[in-house]
Structure formats: C-alpha cells, structure tokens
Design a protein around this ligand. Structure first.
Ligand code: DGJ
Length: 739
C-alpha cells in the first residue's frame, strides 16, 4: 500500500457555505474520510487490511465527532469470511468475496482475482477522489465522491484504469456500493410496463438478492433505476430513508442484498448481463454516477431532497437560464398526437395552433408523421426530410404561423430508429444493431440504429443540427419506441463488440450535449413510448420527460404519484386529453382532467377543434390559474397527503413553495361510497406563524372555513371540504397565499 502523502494529522477542507455548511475531512491518523452536507454525514476509512470500508451513512453528526480507524468485520464462520462480511466501498471480485462485487475483471492469463486496496486520495471541490489499486496488477480504480452541501445527496462513480501493458476485460463494473447496518428494512422500487409505468413496490428486504434492472439497452418502462430503503415499515413523512438513483440510460442494474448477518448492501451500475469491456493498456472506463441520499422524514422527505437536487444540479439550463438557480418553468404546450396521430398537414396543424393560442398555450408541438414517407408506423423513420405532400412549402409557413400566434414551435423526432421501409435502411442496412446473418427482430416495424458507430452518430447529429439550423425550433420531443434486440456490432473486433452497451449511451449523451451547445436555447423532452427513458443520466441533457402514453386522468393519479418518488414534478409532462379516454373508455369532466394534469407541467393533447365554447372557456380559466401557481407546483416541496394507491377512494397532494408564502392543494375522489365525506386535509410544510388566505381554483371548501388563518390552523385544524364534494371522478384545487 502506498504511504499517505498527507503529513498533517488532520486536514479539513471547508466547502460551499450557503445555508448549510458542508465539509469534507480526512483524518490522516485514523485514515477516516468524512463528508457532511445538508442533514447528512457519510464516513468511510481504510481498514487494517488496506480495504476501503464503509463506516456511517445517516443523519448529520456533530462537527467534533470523530471515528477510530475502521476494523474489518470478523469472520462469522469458515463459510462467511471477513472479506464478505466487511462492507467495502468498492469490492473487487477476489479473495473470499461472496456478495455482489463492484468490479470483476479477467486478466489475459486467465487470472480473475482482483483485490482492491487503498492507494492515495485527493480532495476535490465537493469531496474526494480516492484511488484504489489491485494488490499486484496495475489496475487502478479512482472512486469519486461529491456531496451537495444543501441536500446531502452524494454523487459516487468510479474510473477504472489499466496502467499495465496488456489488455484486461471488465465483466462487471458498478458505480458504487452502499451499505446499511444489520436491521429490518423496507425496499421501495418502481416498476411498470408501457402505459402503466411508475408502480411503487414496497416489500421487506429479505435474505438474498433482489435485482432491479434493465437488459434492454435503455432505462426501460419495466423498472426504473431508483430505490428507497426505509428503516422498519413504510411511512410517508416519518422515519429514516436511504435512497439512490443511477444516472444511466443504457442497460443498468441495482442489486439489494441482505446478507447472512442481516446487513444490507446496494450495488449499482452497468448491467453485467452480456457486458464486456476491453481496457487496452492506458485506457480507462468511467462508470455512470450513482446518487445517494438520506432523510429522517420518510419517503416524502426523501423525494423532496431528490427533487431539489434534480432542479438545482441535474437539469440543464438554456442560454437564457444559464447560471440560474432553477430551470425555467415549462411552457404550457399543445401536442396534436392524440388528436391527429400521423395525419398531420399544414392546414390541420395551423387550425389547431389557432385554437391552442386562444387558450393561453405557450408552445405548439407537432408530433410524429411530418417527415419521409410517414403515413403510419410502417415507414419513414430515418428519412428526416419534410414530407412534401403534407407540407408542400416546408415547415416554415407553420412555424411562422405558430410564432405569429405568440407561441414557440416544437417538433417530434425519433433519431435512433429506422424503418426497414426507408431510404436510410435501403442505403445502410449495416447501420442497425444486428448479428451478421441472423434475422433482425422488428418492434413497431422498426429497428434500432447502432449509435455506437461513428458514422451513425455523425448522421444523427448532422440531420438534427440541420433541422435546428434551418428552422426556428425551440423544442424537440425526442422519442425512442422500442428496446434492443440482437445487439451486435460486427464492424469492430469480436472481443470488443459488447462495448456497444457503453458506447451507444455515451454517443447519445454526446449528441444531446453537442446539440445543446450549438443551439443553446433549444429544449428537449425525453420520451420513450411514454416513460421508458427517465433517469438522472438523460435528465442532464433533457428539460422534461413524458412519463407515460397513458393520459387517462384517473390512471395518471397513480402513475404521477409513483413518478414523484424519484423525479420532480417540473419534468413530469401531463396532458389534458379527450373523454371518453382511449385507454379505459372512461368518461371524466374537463375540470377533473385539468386538475389531474395540473399536478405536473401542464400540456394539452386533446382534439381542441371539438371543444364547446364552455369547455374552451373553462380551459382558458384553468390554464391562467395554473400559470399563477406553476412555480409552486413544479419547484416547491411536494407532500403526498393521501395516496391514490391500493384502490383508495380519495387522494390529495400539496405543494409548498420554498419561502412558504404559497401552497397549492389538489384533492381527488375516485368514487364516493356510503356517502363518506372527503377526509380532513391536515396540511404540511407551512409556516405556523404566517397568516394564509385560502382561495379556490376549482371546487368549494366547507362554508365554515375561515378565509384567512394561520399556518398552524391549516396544519393542525386542517381544511374541510364542502359536503357537495362527492361522486365519481371529482376534483378540487385550492391555493393558500401568505396574507
Ligand atoms: C410514442 C410517444 O410516447 C407518443 O406520445 C407519440 O409521440 C408517439 N410515440 C408517436 O409515434
């Protein structure tokens, strides 16, 4: 092991001192590293064997508290040695390790033993870079730690480097492992399917391993790379919660293990399934970032911390918001997909644009169908020229019209895909993911372009850049409507072809970054047939996401509820669409549809040509009311007051803005039974000493409700709804404003 370079007994580096003082420290005597941010402390150190050992992750400790040097855990029996019982920060697969390794490699001579020991460290702006090295081989791993001073969210990742003279194959590489002491815990994670994303699963953590993953080449609808672990049983506002989210939009995996001694470890990063990455001499591999946080205030507290972190540190800024603390609120948009599907043309889109502008919409988005020979989903993907039959004069007349109506213009694209019935595929059949000579599996009649290839990357960047240069486009809806099959890449040596899993996603990110740099005001939505590509990796480059193709306003209550455990309502696009809804053939009032959508970033996706004057007037009023409170809804603190899950008769949410001068409350009834009134809504997060005035956005409070009362009143006495608030699919919304 290398000697410590630091001569000082104790060295402190004090970082950003905004509201909370955040600090990183290294004690050279005990070899203990400590990071403090928000209400969180994270501590690890070098044990007597030279391994990096996790020591503490939880509520913030006193500034003068110190730790002795970490000791490896004892061997439990000859079957569970100390290597496997000691919680390592980043364990190589070697020695006697039986739990999930962070890193597994094969050396050219067939040796697969990897034992990572501490080598050196460097203090960085918000944390540490800690270098580990195999006990013999020149494989180095630098662990990056960076803690947010306000929320205590810790960003962790690893750089794996081959400083030897021979190539090494990486078979498994995590971003980080997180450890919790022996105890009883509940695991929360999100699963789903197309049109049914964001199901919250809650289960006790049992012995063995629970795997949450995507093997599909992208994030997936089926599981999302987020977890939250509660001490004991689930609770929305109380108790300790450790949570994490992986910033990776390719195949990923998170494992949650409870070992034989009841300790829990979470390891996440690239999915090792079909993984293989050859590190030639001098080369390195960066893992994705795994973010982790802690709250003592239940799942609600955990999601509020994560939302704030996403708003401030993940989401991109445009030229006009560069340096701003928060991204700008999303423009209220209109999208014609559900109204017209592929049947877009100049006259039809112009007519819808006129109607949309009259409602108070800020952004008009034309969806699928405008390009190539795209009449349905059988043809056209890959041919990104404007369809001359539908738009004989190009896009300019429509864009000019949209601008003249005071809106900006957005356009749908699906850059990574190709239909076999396209000029692009006919010219470059080898550009798709495929195994030579094997059938190519189509899904939605399309194939996936191999974005890992430099020529494909150049083509995709080229057409998007041209589109944005030649047209005044403010927004791209970037769609991705299938998962991978046959992920072959035969243009490179056979032993390197599995690198497609890394190279594809890296090229996707690099295209997004380059486009944003060249067109610094353009905004982008990540859509993948709904919520199939939502994670903290893509959110670094996209301003919003499409959580689900399911826009049924009742289904959306549970979909959106699940979504907000991991992601801020700022990015949660939510359209008001037609009734009866295509998904469930359910009829709901326009007000109900609006209030469901107003819990996120509002859009309209209905056929507004068919709206009656009354419906148009209601929509206009609610859009105006929404805009007045939108910053509180999308950037405030979210409290899930009554959960819509488990067939609940009722549900309610509350958003409180950051200076506690405003709150917005949404209440929904599924179906009143036995005349039951809506439950008393005890509000949260207000300033008890401030007077707030209640006003209705939609619906009525009980006649006995004071117009103005203290925060203490609204939180302790609570808001009573009017007796008339009963029936099927009812909704009400209120705002409280500091007097
Ligand atoms: C899937 C998206 O989620 C929809 O909103 C729509 O854009 C279609 N693709 C278009 O093909």
């Amino acid at each position: 092991m290398k000697a410590f370079t630091l001569a000082l007994l104790l060295s402190f580096a004090t970082l950003t001192s905004s509201a909370q003082v955040s600090k990183v420290s290294f004690d050279a005597t005990t070899k203990v590293f400590r990071l403090d941010g928000g209400n969180v402390s994270y501590v690890f150190g070098v044990n007597s064997r030279g391994e990096l050992q996790q020591m503490y992750w939880g509520g913030r400790l006193g500034a003068t508290d110190t730790f002795p040097a970490p000791k490896p855990k004892p061997e439990w029996a000859s079957f569970d040695d100390s290597y496997t019982t000691t919680p390592q920060e980043y364990a190589g697969w070697g020695e006697g390790l039986y739990i999930e390794p962070a890193l597994k490699v094969t050396f050219p001579d067939g040796n697969r033993d990897l034992v990572l020991h501490y080598a050196s460290y460097k203090t960085t702006e918000h944390g540490f870079d800690v270098e580990l090295k195999d006990i013999e081989q020149p494989i180095f791993v630098t662990l990056h730690y960076s803690m947010d001073s306000e929320t205590g969210v810790l960003a962790r990742s690893a750089t794996i480097e081959n400083r030897g003279t021979e190539s090494v194959t990486i078979e498994q590489a995590a971003a980080a492992s997180w450890a919790l002491p022996a105890g009883h815990y509940t695991l929360n994670y999100l699963t789903g399917r197309w049109a049914g994303e964001w199901t919250l699963n809650q289960e006790p953590i049992q012995h063995g391993e629970r795997i949450i993953e995507s093997r599909r080449g992208s994030t997936s609808h089926q599981a999302n790379p987020w977890f939250a672990i509660e001490a004991g049983t689930p609770d929305e506002e109380h108790g300790e919660v450790w949570f994490g989210a992986l910033g990776w939009s390719g195949s990923w995996r998170i494992t949650v293990e409870r070992d034989q001694l009841d300790a829990v470890r979470v390891t996440g990063g690239f999915n090792p399934f079909d993984f293989g990455y050859v590190l030639h001499p001098g080369q390195s591999l960066e893992t994705p970032i795994f973010y982790g946080g802690y709250s003592a205030h239940g799942l609600g507290g955990a999601s509020r911390e994560l939302h704030l972190f996403e708003l401030k540190h993940i989401l991109p800024r445009t030229a006009s918001t560069r340096g701003a603390e928060m991204p700008r609120v999303r423009p209220v948009l209109y999208n014609s997909w559900e109204a017209t599907e592929f049947n877009v043309n100049e006259a039809g889109q112009m007519a819808l644009a006129e109607k949309a502008a009259a409602l108070g919409v800020d952004r008009f988005v034309m969806d699928d169908g405008w390009f190539g020979q795209r009449k349905n989903d059988h043809a056209g993907l890959g041919d990104w020229y404007v369809n001359p039959q539908k738009f004989p004069h190009g896009l300019k007349p429509l864009i000019d019209k949209v601008h003249s109506l005071g809106m900006d213009f957005g356009l749908w694209v699906e850059p990574e895909m190709v239909n076999p019935d396209s000029d692009l595929y006919r010219k470059h059949p080898d550009w798709v993911l495929h195994f030579k000579g094997r059938p190519e599996t189509e899904q939605r009649n399309q194939l996936v372009l191999n974005l890992a290839r430099p020529d494909v990357r150049a083509y995709i960047f080229g057409f998007l850049d041209k589109l944005l240069t030649e047209n005044d486009i403010a927004f791209l809806k970037w769609d991705y409507n299938r998962n991978w099959s046959e992920p072959g890449w035969d243009a490179i040596p056979a032993n390197e072809q599995k690198e497609v899993y890394v190279a594809f996603t890296r090229n996707l990110y690099s295209i997004l970054a380059e486009l944003r740099q060249k067109h610094p005001n353009v905004e982008i939505e990540s859509c993948s047939g709904g919520g199939g590509r939502v994670d903290l990796g893509i959110l670094r480059y996209t301003d919003e996401v499409w959580p689900s193709d399911n826009t049924d306003p009742f289904d959306r209550l549970t979909i959106q509820n699940g979504f907000t455990y991991a992601y801020t309502p700022q990015v949660m696009m939510s359209w008001v669409t037609d009734s009866p809804h295509w998904m469930n053939n359910r009829s709901t009032s326009l007000a109900y549809r609006f209030l469901s959508s107003m819990q996120g970033s509002l859009g309209i996706g209905a056929n507004i040509n068919k709206w009656t004057p009354d419906e148009t007037a209601l929509a206009k009023r609610l859009i105006a009311a929404y805009k007045q409170v939108q910053p509180t809804i999308v950037r405030g603190d979210l409290y899930r007051l009554i959960s819509p899950l488990n067939g609940s008769e009722f549900s309610a949410t509350e958003d409180v803005n950051r200076d506690k001068s405003q709150a917005v409350i949404f209440a929904f009834i599924h179906s009143t039974q036995e005349g039951r009134g809506f439950p008393l809504l005890k509000l949260e997060g207000l300033d008890p000493n401030v007077e707030y005035t209640l006003s209705s956005i939609e619906g009525k409070a009980s006649p006995n409700t004071p117009t103005t009362a203290s925060g203490a009143w609204w939180m302790n006495h609570g808001l009573v709804m009017d007796q008339s608030f009963r029936g099927d699919f009812q909704a009400a919304a209120f705002r409280l404003d500091k007097k």
